[in-house]
Write a protein that binds this ligand. Structure first.
Ligand SMILES: Nc1nc2c(ncn2[C@@H]2O[C@H](COP(=O)(O)OP(=O)(O)OP(=O)(O)O)[C@@H](O)[C@H]2O)c(=O)[nH]1
Ligand SMILES: [Mg+2]
Ligand SMILES: [Zn+2]
Length: 347
């Protein structure tokens, strides 16, 4: 790798990125990667340094783009957003359901948990679903091991619950376990840090990078919640290789179109749903339910079933709110139920 792309190696340029530019960008465009988006301006890292650019179509952090240099005075504009190999999306805010992509071209998702509070397996599973759906490989990072009485017990409980996903126990404060995170990174690999405010995402970034590149903030005394210190998503090169994407903590990740992520997070359940006697089994009290049978034989953890069921219902709700046909079918069904119930009432 030489020239332009060698200079972009700290931001994750490698052979796959070169191939993308060869196939999808004109040679008059300057290669760069979006390090941050500020309203309608993008901060783009190029071989020459970091510059601000305008664009018609807004990219997201992590996008590889081709910049069109300014004519005369003014600033560059984004002439091409290259195809993405992974996309982290959620349901956008607002009444009308629509997806919002928040980051692109991420390879690993560090799902950060603070051990200064009781970890929530349901929350971890929700984040696993979003991570798997994006195309990134999830790693669960149990941070603040120094603040937990028995971090090993927490790790065991989480491992027992999530199955085959990697779980690492670290302390951004003391540095314990940080080498395991660094080992998960390598040149050209981009890792996003996900998790609620206050779990120590930015402190971890600083511990991995080896200097204070991200601003951190104390949690509230009472409930250990964070104060939303990080306000923008930004890419940060790691000196030993790899790129980190620090994100602002969100209270809860709203789901958008995550069937694939759900299947990868709960393979043992999704494997069985096709074997229920009724095709539309909701795994309640129907006879011949393969899922309920598996729970009865302890082949499925009931807590995981409950977590899966909740996420599944949330998805179905979203789907109904956008698909008029589904909505109509649901109305028909509840009408029929009401009618049947009226028939049974002892008036
Ligand atoms: N005891 C202990 N405290 C930690 C550790 N890591 C982070 N903290 C503290 O937790 C608080 C929150 O850390 P941040 O890194 O700002 O958390 P964040 O996840 O980036 O939060 P937002 O940016 O608000 O989403 C700070 O007071 C950190 O010093 C750790 O390993 N042990
Ligand atoms: Mg932060
Ligand atoms: Zn069933």
């Amino acid at each position: 790798m030489t020239g332009t792309f060698a200079a972009l190696a700290p931001y994750g340029a490698d052979d796959r990125v070169i191939a993308l530019f060869d196939s999808f960008a004109g040679h008059d465009l300057v290669p760069g990667r979006v390090a941050r988006v500020d309203r309608d301006r993008s901060v783009v890292a190029t071989a020459e340094g970091v510059e601000t650019a305008t664009s018609d179509e807004l990219p997201v952090v992590g996008d590889w783009v081709g910049l069109r240099p300014p004519r005369g005075e003014g600033i560059s504009s984004i002439g091409a957003i290259l195809p993405r190999w992974s996309e982290l999306s959620r349901r956008g805010a607002g009444l009308i359901p629509r997806p919002q992509t928040v980051a692109a071209n991420v390879d690993v998702a560090f799902i950060v948990v603070g051990l200064d509070r009781e970890p929530s397996p349901n929350r971890i599973e929700r984040e696993l679903v979003v991570a798997w759906e994006s195309g990134a490989r999830p790693v669960i990072v149990l941070n603040k091991s120094d603040a937990a009485e028995d971090p090993k017990a927490h790790a065991k409980a989480v491992r027992d619950r999530v199955g085959l996903v990697d779980v690492v126990v670290v302390s951004a404060l003391t540095g314990a376990g940080i080498d395991e995170l660094t080992a998960a990174l390598r040149p050209a690999l981009t890792a996003v840090l996900l998790g609620p405010s206050g779990v120590g995402k930015s402190t971890l970034v600083n511990a991995i990078v080896g200097e204070d590149v991200a601003v951190t903030g104390a949690v509230r005394e009472g409930d250990r919640r964070g104060r939303h210190t990080t306000t923008a998503r930004s890419l940060l090169p790691v000196p030993g290789g790899g790129v980190l994407l620090d994100t602002p903590g969100v209270r809860s990740m709203s789901l958008w179109d995550v069937e694939g992520g759900l299947a990868l997070t709960f393979p043992e359940i999704e494997e069985l749903v096709g074997s229920c006697r009724f095709a539309d089994c909701v795994h309640g009290s129907e006879p011949g339910c393969a899922v309920k049978d598996a729970i009865a034989d302890a082949r499925i953890d009931p807590a995981r079933f409950e977590s899966w069921d909740k996420l599944q219902q949330e998805l179905a709700y979203e789907a109904r709110s956008i698909d008029p046909k589904l909505l109509a079918a649901e109305k028909q069904r509840s009408k029929a139920i009401h009618k049947a119930m009226r028939g049974q009432s002892p008036t």
